[in-house]
Design a protein around this ligand. Sequence first.
Ligand SMILES: [Zn+2]
Length: 413
Amino acid sequence: MTAPPLCRFCKTPLVHTFVDLGDQPLANSYLTPEQLAAGTEAAYPLHARVCHACFLVQVDDVVPAEAIFDEGYAYFSSYSPSWVEHARRYAEAMTERFGLAPDSLVVEVASNDGYLLQHFLAKDIPVLGIEPTANTAEAARARGVPTEVAFFGDRTGRDLAARGLRADLMAANNVLAHVPDIGDFVAGFQHVLKDEGVLTFEFPHLLNLIEKVQFDTIYHEHFSYLSLLAVEQVLRAHGLRPFDVELQATHGGSLRLFVCHAGSGREETDALRELRAREAAAGLDRIETYAGFTPRVEAVRASFRKFLEDAAVAGKRIAAYGAAAKGNTFLNYCRTSARDIVAAFDANPAKQGRYLPGSHVPVLAPSEVAHVKPDYVLILPWNLKDEIMGQLSYIDGWGGRFVTASPETRVLP
Ligand SMILES: [Zn+2]
């Protein structure tokens, strides 16, 4: 037997499974017709474990880095209007609450194409972006957002501090779950943050994943699944502590955590204490809680498989809507193939004409829905359910129905 992997934060051997989703291709590797024909698609174990010492839920580090970063196209945050609007509201709220002014400095880590920092610039507040991907950093500079190409961590933090850069506000939103070495990443902030500076992290909340059985949010590039309990330990190990939290609707339920130096004068809010109590009440500090997740995931699959089999017997044709990463985890765990689902519709032109990883379902433009005329449209991004049902309400014209698959498969009325 091989030795268990070690916790990516505290290095304890990971002997407890959270959920094992089997061998899966990378959820963002959409196949061209040539790649499909070549039949060389790689699959890697997708096994989420929980550390019984720090309760960090994490997936095994099994994918070569070059496979993860060789995706063929980069993601530009500015393509998503709702995301840009979220960033604008963030800039408004932070500027007001923390009194940011033209003599302040805002530093964003994983600043992408400047979608967030542009809103501070518009208020004449100096900014600096730190972004590892060269072409998104270039797009940021093109819109006037100063950006350095670097992976953030202890060394980058020290380098910035050595150049005299100290930040009033640091933002690292939706990146904490995606860094392989979470300890080294967090270690960088203490060097750059001013004594009374504020750092915010946003990340999907593990409690939502567990309560709503959102196992489809697990994929290889998403290394950690975070609770306040686990994040607080990582912060304290690097001289930082949370002092406030806000709940966000993004990604099916995210936390925005406000963090300061451990020695800061900022007081803990009631919201933070309440969240800590809610996680304790849900048992996030007990290993048995995590052991109960797998049977619930298996029940979701059983319900979906039964739906597929019943639909096949009845001669019904099923299509899917939304070819995002989470849909691929779900379809592949449920052993779905192009025999079960005739097509997946997605608005992203870069995905159209390709095939979903693993299931090999062809991706078509949403305008093809009216030609395919599926009996059922399975909504994969459940967080966009209402929006999608609004856009595709015309499937009613041929008796088409919408289907959601979690926590059980339901044909919507
Ligand atoms: Zn640990």
